[in-house]
Design a protein around this ligand. Structure first.
Ligand SMILES: Nc1nc2c(ncn2[C@@H]2O[C@H](COP(=O)(O)OP(=O)(O)OP(=O)(O)O)[C@@H](O)[C@H]2O)c(=O)[nH]1
Ligand SMILES: [Mg+2]
Length: 382
């Protein structure tokens, strides 16, 4: 593993792709029997898709993970029809599937797509003997639909599609011009023991992608839906056209990192591997040594960048693998590292999950231990 400077620290395991929430519609308001007044209906709870939202942000903003809509107003002499309770909206990222207790799944695939998850209770009226009804209670599961385990991230022409065709049976378009790939192309690495890992070849990214330049948001949106990232860089660097500046391999790495950060900081919390491609080119070995030196001491090279292009944190790559997508050099090694990285991360997640379960168990034991003994042998309801 290569550290890019001790100042820049990268947290792993922050990326969340599922969440469980408690939701409850608001209770209705009281009716007014004497004057036949009707209480207001309780507010509803909705799940609404927003482009800029992430599950991590949702969890951080609402750590209790409880969403309760407002109560309907009681009927009063001066307002016989009580007003409606306030709706509660849960903002979620686009590409979420919502599952309720009955296993019903609804997908929210577009900005502003919405689904009602817990309806508010009716206000008190003649039909209910003027007594209000409670809102629905629902536990829901949110799952971000991942398109693949690994997403290939890089500037145009880096050789992402060539790499996909090397590691899988996929047949993506490959050409010597920028933006050959316009849509994610999926492939599967199949290992000797039949384990399969899905890989998404994504459109190339250029500087300013966060402002929607090049394939911009289309590209960045797809990255969100992959478990881990594989940066693919051309060892000889990149130049979009004769009018734009030439970028070395090191610069492309810094710029990729900055673009991800500017789009959504959370993207940077995904584990990242680095494949340095086109190692068959003349002089590639020397350039690779230069690149490794830059990655090990990035601070010494940052004066080459404009201030606004320097990422707040830079990448701590899980593994760096020199490859050639044309000759096949380093490809087996890369496949093994991809597998290792996914397994390591899954183990970490399982470890964290079990720790949390254990902690919950300890807390609940402490609570029951501290509970006062039941009076007259009757246990009070919880
Ligand atoms: N010499 C050499 N050329 C390569 C290698 N990998 C890819 N290429 C060439 O680089 C060019 C771009 O390859 P692609 O695989 O289309 O690149 P890409 O990253 O998918 O490009 P976009 O889809 O535009 O983002 C093609 O001409 C490939 O033949 C390599 O390992 N060595
Ligand atoms: Mg391509």
């Amino acid at each position: 593993m290569v550290r890019c400077g001790s100042v820049w620290f990268r947290k792993y395991g922050n990326f969340i792709d599922n969440l469980r929430l408690f939701t409850r519609g608001g209770s209705g308001g009281m009716g007014y029997p004497r004057l036949g007044g009707e209480g207001g209906k309780g507010g509803d709870v909705w799940v609404v898709a927003h482009k800029k939202m992430t599950l991590k942000q949702l969890k951080d903003k609402y750590p209790q993970k409880r969403f309760v809509a407002g109560e309907g107003a009681n009927s009063r002499v001066n307002a016989l029809k009580g007003s409606r309770g306030k709706d509660c909206e849960i903002p979620v990222p686009v590409g979420i599937s919502v599952t309720d207790e009955n296993g019903k799944i609804i997908e929210l695939n577009k900005e502003k797509d919405r689904i009602l998850v817990a309806e508010g209770g009716l206000g008190g009226k003649l039909l209910t003997n003027f007594l209000p009804l409670k809102g629905q209670k629902r536990v829901i599961h949110l799952d971000l639909k991942l398109i693949a385990d690994i997403g290939l991230v890089g500037f145009p022409n880096a050789g992402k599609s060539s790499l996909l065709s090397q590691v899988s049976h996929a047949k993506p378009a490959i050409a010597d011009y920028a933006f050959t790939t316009l849509q994610p192309e999926l492939g599967k690495i199949v290992y000797n023991d039949f384990r399969q890992i899905s890989v998404a070849d994504l459109p190339g990214l250029i500087e300013g992608a966060h402002m929607n330049k090049g394939m911009g948001h289309k590209f960045l949106k797809h990255i969100e839906r992959t478990r881990q990232l594989l940066f693919v860089v051309d060892i000889s660097g990149f130049q979009l056209s004769s009018q734009t500046q030439y970028r070395t391999a090191f610069e492309t790495i810094i710029l990729l990192t900055k673009e991800l950060e500017l789009y959504k900081e959370e993207l940077q919390t995904k584990p990242v591997l680095l494949a340095v491609n086109k190692m068959d080119l003349p002089g590639a070995q020397d350039m690779f040594h230069v690149l490794m030196n830059q990655l090990q001491n990035p601070k010494d090279f940052l004066h080459l960048f404009k201030k606004n292009m320097i990422p707040e944190r830079t990448v701590e790559f899980q593994h760096i693998i020199p490859i050639s997508a044309i000759t096949g050099e380093g490809i087996e090694e890369l496949k093994n590292y991809i597998r290792k990285s996914l397994d390591e991360h899954a183990n970490q997640e399982n470890g964290a999950y079990h720790k949390k379960q254990l902690l919950n168990l300890q807390i609940s034991n402490t609570i029951s231990y501290n509970e006062p003994p039941p009076k007259n042998g009757v246990t009070s309801p919880r």
